[in-house]
Design a protein around this ligand. Sequence first.
Ligand code: 6R9
Length: 651
Amino acid sequence: MGTPADHLDTLLKETRSFAPSSEFQGNANFNDPSIYERALEDPEGYWSEQAKHLDWFTPYTKICEWNPPHAAWFSDGTLNATYNAVDRHRATYRKNKAAILWEGEPGDRRVLTYDMLGREVDRAAHMLASLGVKKGDRVAIYLPMIPELPITMLACAKIGAIHTIVFAGFSSSSLRDRILDADANVLVTADAGHRRGGIIPLKANADDAVDGTHVKTMVVVNRVGAPSGATMTEGRDVAWETLMAEMPNTPYPCEPMNAEDILYILYTSGTTGKPKGIVHTTGGYLVGANTSMRSVFDLKDDDVYFCTADIGWVTGHTYIVYGPLTAGATVVMYEGAPDFPNRDRFWQIIERYGVTIFYTAPTSIRTFMKWGPQHPAAYDLSSLRLMGTVGEPINPEAWMWYHEHIGHGNCPIVDTWWQTETGCAMIAPLPGLINTKPGSATRPVPGISVAVFDEHGQAVQPGSGGYLVITKPWPSMLRTIWRDDERFAKTYFGQFQGIYLPGDGAHLDEDRYIWILGRIDDVINVSGHRIGTMEVESALVDHKSVAEAAVIGRAHEIKGQAITAFVTLKEGVVASPELVAELKQHVVIQIGAMARPEEILFTAELPKTRSAKIMRRLLRDIAEGRALGDTTTLADPSVIDALKSQYQDKE
Ligand code: 6R9
């Protein structure tokens, strides 16, 4: 890994290429190469063909309406996400097929067939309705990776309520911000969650979070029990188990949703301190999620599919819930950490359930590399036939390790580039059709138009780099930012007219393969989690001792990037190791553990240009120990020497 420039150097030297076996190719769902050409010539025709894999209550007659930056897809069709993900399977041979094979961190297990899942979802829909939840209302969900999480999502979708899931690793203050922005009045949470043998006090966080919001009811799942120390507030809190037991054992009718009705809001970090509520609608999103399950993941009815993401992130929304379930898959869902109780937990799960498709993040692969190949080697992983990665660029070394030690050379690897905003995988190989190259997400999937632009908005020639862009609308694209359409237009369509700008840099090689180089904005990618530098800076400045803060992402061997914070203290405050610890903790309290700075450096002044802009590039150079670039625009060059010597002292 490293900076985009270092990363590019390594990537450009990469010449290995891997073709799928003829057996894989022969059996692949997508094995006719002309699909690329056909989709390019007629993307709407392609998407409409894919949309037939969903059940529509009212068939659509319109495919795409594009009034940049606003798109509508299938806008006169109606359907229901839960009908497609659960109910329609209950009426087929899939009725008793396992939908979710769940394993808790302490070792407890639960199997939910499609029919059982459907019954739970019906009950949960009755429950939400009994609390007054209606179509269009927002329901906030703050749950660990337990079956009640997909059950609640699907219950919302059945009613037509909009879910907004907040990852259980977020702090109470992040949870509050999201509840307020979405204006949710019901929160579903748990007493606590299990994580690496410890307990995450979700209910206590939720209690703090709902103060001053419009949350009238909190439904609390009993996950951990007495050790959680959770207490219930009379008149506001209700136990999930009590309420569910009171509900009728009857089907809850699926609300017919217009294709453009909102399915969910999911918050993600941007370049300002305020997270963006990414809005996904029902029809187009489901078409994207469902199509990629069949194309990129080559899903078949007998697959056992395991995605290690948390449902609190978009990967879990699309590739644990909506994608695999609409495609009728058997999904393995695991609650906890990969190293609890031992470092072999994932391999044990793959062997136990006979997992055939495995999807994880590069940061996890680098961690497995560090732990050593003896852990996977102790298990029978021969059921695997396809593997994927997501969340950040994968370095060729990690790709090769994954290929050899997990896939035993037999599994195509799909490196899937996409974002919360794109809804589903956009650049990824179709595993039966595309030769893979370690470190490249390869080509856009059929129906997606991608280019690499220079700063003038011209497509670059093969052999060059620039801004990654998406030049045409696609079904699962975000429709807007919740209650901030102006920000939506400016952030994603402000640079090039009518062209979507994801915020990533990319290189196009001579074979027109795309190599993603990482973010080009003020967003840091720590272990695949998007964190805005401004969010961390605001959290630091919120501390009474801090005058000013500048935050950058530096290269990190395992995490991809780590957060380094440069802090100037208020007059009279003395720097100390205790203060460093206190400030790190302050960020954890403000945002969540994933935003904890790796290091904090105190400085009398931050390096600024004469126009008072913080020179982040310079800070990155210092943090990564590189020779310093151009400092001629710096207002006070002595600032750099002081910072540099401090950084060296630290090492
Ligand atoms: C799905 C997800 C999106 C950002 C994206 C990019 C990075 C994701 C990647 C990748 C290189 C891949 N990213 N997948 N970079 N190769 N295969 O991760 O969504 O959390 O919104 O993050 O992650 O920088 O812009 P999200």
